[in-house]
Design a protein around this ligand. Structure first.
Ligand code: NAD
Length: 361
């Protein structure tokens, strides 16, 4: 049986990927996660009794943990989702981003190189390390242009810079050591199990609770949105059929300004949970959720627009997103409404009280 280790598999995208990998492959899937504030075993509850699933707590930036992981599981593939992923936090305290996103990526690459040193040629050439990265490494898209795989890197936040550094290391480990590295750069994801500090879940939960919906600057910053299921389907495809050393961009061809997203979420909530029927809003004389919108000071270094050209993965691997943005967003709103207990559990420790005052990624 082949083994896939999913680092950061207790987070948003990693948990969705783990679910899909168990459903669509015959591999054993081992989640390796430090369980920071952003990771939760609650994201994997439905998989706990699966015979091919295992969980290991570990830190990708701790060499001993990584060496132990490679020795114990001898993975055929490692998919690296583990990261500090929130731009605002990277502005407040960049150091943990360097530790996990750069040092951690390095330890995974180096661990693989060491592990494969004594292996036979077939094992070495079959091994894959899929490094999951972001479109934020490209900086702000100029004019109407979209990011292609060869767009110059120009990261503008400590988060984006740490991801860019890791991408470069991953590329170098392929070029220098022939390691079977694949890199993907994806646009903003949305969907179930996203920690409620990011734009879409934060807005849904704040609206349900009758709290302000903070929007940075003029709300005109543009992001390209992809449903997490479509991202995970693309990642599995890259893992199976991508060429080592190659980079693939993934995006939803769904560019929206932040204020458009918030307006759409408010309109969906007006349908799914009319404010008149929401006890949190009783007595507030609110006609619609959009009345909660609040514009706040812009984030420093805030990129104006991200836009992905995903034609390479479409052409070479036949990937295409399945979700339309509107149906994906409605599905997401319904998921958060149906899983308020999950939201309460992962929020924990007063964390979101602080975040509710700040503005979203
Ligand atoms: P997330 O913050 O929801 O999850 C990160 C996970 O990594 C958590 O489970 C956390 O516990 C774990 N983790 C953190 N530090 C760790 C460490 N040192 N060792 C082991 N585990 C650790 O992140 P996400 O949104 O699921 O993103 C996953 C990956 O995808 C990240 O690398 C991110 O850069 C990339 N990405 C995210 C998006 C997006 O829109 N969310 C878009 C493109 C790319």
């Amino acid at each position: 049986m082949t083994t896939i280790v999913v680092t950061g598999g207790a987070g948003f995208i990693g948990s969705n990927f783990t679910r899909r990998a168990l459903a669509e492959t015959a591999a054993r899937v081992v989640v390796f996660d430090k369980l920071t504030y952003a990771g939760s075993l609650d994201n994997l509850r439905d998989l706990e009794s699966h015979p091919r699933y295992a969980f290991v707590r570990g830190d990708i930036a701790a060499r001993d943990d990584v060496v132990r992981m490679y020795r114990q599981w001898s993975p055929d593939a490692v998919v690296n989702f583990a990261a500090e992923s929130h731009v605002d936090r990277s502005i407040d305290s960049p150091e943990t981003f360097l530790e996990t996103n750069v040092r951690g990526a390095f330890e995974l690459l180096e661990g693989a190189r060491r592990q494969l040193r004594g292996a036979d040629d077939a094992t070495r050439s079959a091994f894959r390390l899929l490094h999951v990265s972001t479109d934020e490494v490209f900086g702000s898209a100029a004019g109407d242009s979209r990011f292609v795989e060869t767009t110059r890197y120009a990261p503008n936040s400590p988060y984006a810079a740490s991801k860019a550094a890791a991408d470069h290391l991953a590329r170098a480990y392929h070029r220098t050591y022939g390691l079977g590295v694949l890199i993907t750069n994806c646009s903003n994801n949305y969907g179930p199990y996203q920690f409620p500090e990011k734009l879409i879940p934060l807005m849904i939960l704040n609206a349900i609770e009758g709290k302000p919906l903070p929007i940075y600057g003029d709300g005109g910053n543009v992001r390209d949105w992809l449903h997490v299921d479509d991202h995970c389907a693309g990642l599995l495809l890259v893992l199976r059929r991508g060429l080592p050393g190659e980079t693939y961009n993934l995006g939803g061809d769904a560019e929206r300004t932040n204020v458009e997203i918030v307006d759409r979420l408010c309109a969906l909530l007006d349908e799914e949970l009319p404010s008149a029927a929401n006890p949190a809003l009783a007595g507030r004389a609110m006609r619609q959720y959009a009345d909660l919108k609040t514009f706040v000071a812009d984030r420093p270094g805030h990129d104006r627009r991200y836009a992905i050209d995903a034609s390479k993965i479409e052409r070479e691997l036949g990937w295409r997103p399945v979700y339309g943005f509107d149906s994906g967003l409605r599905h997401t709103v319904r998921w958060y409404l149906a899983n308020r207990d999950w939201c309460a559990r992962v929020q924990g420790s007063g964390e979101r009280e602080r975040l509710g005052l700040g503005a979203p990624a």
